[in-house]
Design a protein. Sequence first.
Length: 322
Amino acid sequence: MSLPPEFALIARHFRGLAGEGALELSDDAALLVPPEGRELVLAADAMVEGVHYLPGDPPETIGRKLLRVNLSDLAAMGAEPLAYLMTTALPRATGPEWLEGFAAGLAADQREFGLHVLGGDTVSTPGPTCLSLTIIGTVPPGSALRRKGARPGDDLWVSGTIGDGALGLAVLQGRVAADSGGHLARRYRLPEPRLALGRGLRGVARAAMDVSDGLAQDLGHLCRAAGLGAVLELAALPLSSAATALVVADPSWLPRLATGGDDYELLFAAGRGDAPRVEAAARAAGTAVTRIGCFTEGLAEVTVLAKDGTAMTLPRGGWSHF
């Protein structure tokens, strides 16, 4: 007896991604035995065609981005990847070539980051394509990084570079022409989850989160969690050479980079005297970090300082779905 179309699709494209506990994707649920002496960390993120990725993006990068944005949530908690559940809502016209590319992208990043699929669901939709992933990771008990915990006077740090994701989207949409070597487009399509840095910051960072909806807006979340204000120094923002070239040509880009989404870098607080420990963790992880401001007493608001040190208002707050 032949398999129903949905189950044939799962067997053909997703069964090869399954690992221990997935039961070959043949049951209604998976069995998961957490590693001894570890706490589970769970997070979920969805991606919608035309919102989180462009309709013409390669399916391989779509699968990898879906996994990576969820891995970034684990990084922000200082967690290590274990497994994931995935739901795909696909238009009926989705061809096998797209599915093969999507699954190949997932397989490549499963190998890179050391995890596997446990199960999920596959349904049809009139469109657009909707993809949802629930990530599962682990941490030693009591060691997870949290958004709350910053203290007055703490330094504000960020990993990597800021603004490349937003600029990459602008490149792919034809709003920005310059993208030497395709760096910006790659940063939009393939964010880098800072897992090693997140692990290294356990016991060092007092608060942390990943930057997905814009640096300034996400900093506001850390402020509200701590009941503190923060000062963000625009001149200190770490920029890639591609972003720097655009800012030099048009300085109005700089404040916009502080509000663009899709960075997936770690934003975190650390004690003023802990810079050597932060920098040591960054060296061990092979990820650059930059001090970009500090936390202050007062209202849970972000004060943005222009290059001349004066307070300024950003042109927008950040990304919001509503």
